[in-house]
Design a protein around this ligand. Structure first.
Ligand code: NAI
Length: 329
């Protein structure tokens, strides 16, 4: 079984090599992303393994199928970058539905604590022996209301963390979980009541630009918005306007609408052409991380173990057929 592994980063290799060796899986690591220009690299392979910013659109699916690739293995949870309809009837699509909800939820809280208490600025100041506290005042999280949109695995861990801080929690989910103990409200109420709003729902046609000028208008002045889910949940231009008008007090972004061209790469010596991202990064009340919420040792190990297991079971004729894991043809 030969696997073409796209968008490889050095931290992917040890875990995948470890599990692949035990499973007799041969992996060829490509640094490039999978897209229409690079798909021919998958020729001669049985499977492709892709991540969040590979482009598996209908043209790529068609080409993979023509070349005899049999299966697509996502080594992530979100699958908005794969044209599932195009794959239907041709290639099964596997994913890793949960590798560490703790990793993502903890990162969301890390971003909130950082932007609120300005620890990123304090760190730089004290390294320069500047011990002034001017401009570093935050607010107590205790007693504040956090609105959580999407109360699946990650949203619920984030809710537990917030409870530990003594925060009030409002929740919205298209499919609320009955036994979660969470207080579900309609979106307008969540927008109106929350001091902090954290996004943990998937990107779908319905949730695309869920945060836009209209929803921002319904929010409290000074609201903090956290997005560790998918960039296109937020209309970036509307967010920038909301921050400029001081309606939005702060934004914590681990994901960004146009991240595919930039995230995971080093552009420190370049003039970045994406003016919206540059504007966001220039703002003192915005913190951007490069889609790293998943990046813990435990998550990387689970990703490798589950992806290899998905592939091995598929090739051994005993595929995991649970809808959580597999989008079958
Ligand atoms: P999950 O599937 O356990 O939970 C998603 C929740 O969103 C479910 O409760 C579902 O009912 C709800 N939902 C679906 N449609 C909705 C809608 N229209 N409005 C409101 N809620 C809706 O997923 P999980 O594991 O909690 O992950 C959530 C998202 O986090 C993923 O879709 C992915 O985009 C993102 N993610 C980001 C990572 C990062 O490194 N930044 C890593 C892993 C996931």
């Amino acid at each position: 079984m030969k696997v073409a592994f796209f968008d490889t980063k050095p931290y992917d290799v040890p875990g995948f090599d470890h599990y692949a060796a035990a499973a007799d899986l041969e992996i060829k690591y490509f640094e490039t992303r999978l897209n229409a220009d690079t798909v021919s690299l998958a020729s001669g392979f049985d499977a492709v393994c892709v991540f969040v910013n590979d482009t598996v659109d209908s043209a790529v699916v068609e080409k993979l199928y023509e070349m005899g690739v049999k299966v697509i293995a996502l080594r992530c949870a979100g699958f908005n970058n794969v044209d599932i309809r195009a794959a239907s009837g041709k290639l099964p699509v596997y994913r890793v539905p949960a590798y560490s909800p703790y990793a993502v939820a903890e990162h969301a809280m890390a971003l909130l604590l950082t932007i609120n208490r300005r620890t990123h600025k304090a760190y730089i100041r004290t390294r320069d022996f500047n011990f002034s506290l001017q401009g570093l005042a935050g607010f107590d999280l205790y007693g504040k209301t956090v609105g959580i949109i999407g109360t699946g695995k990650i949203g619920r861990v984030f809710a537990d963390i917030c409870k530990g801080f003594g925060m009030h929690i409002l929740a919205y989910d298209k499919f609320p979980t009955e036994d979660s103990g969470l207080h579900y409200v309609a979106l307008p109420e969540l927008f109106a009541q929350s001091d902090i709003i954290s996004l943990h729902c998937p990107l779908t046609e319905e949730t695309h630009h869920l945060i836009n000028a209209d929803s921002i208008a319904q929010m409290k002045k000074g609201v903090t918005i956290i997005n560790t889910s998918r960039g296109s949940l937020i209309d970036t231009e509307d967010l920038i306007n909301g921050i400029k008008e001081k309606k939005v007090g702060a934004a914590c972004l681990d994901v960004y609408e146009e991240e595919g061209d930039l995230f995971y790469e080093d552009f420190s010596g370049h003039i970045v052409q994406d003016d919206k991202l540059v504007r966001l990064i220039s703002m003192p009340n915005v913190i951007v991380t490069s889609h790293q919420a998943f990046l813990t040792e435990e998550a990387l190990d689970n990703i490798a173990a589950t992806t290899v297991n998905n592939l091995v079971r598929y090739f051994q004729g005993d595929p995991d057929t649970s809808t959580e894991v597999c989008y079958k043809p």
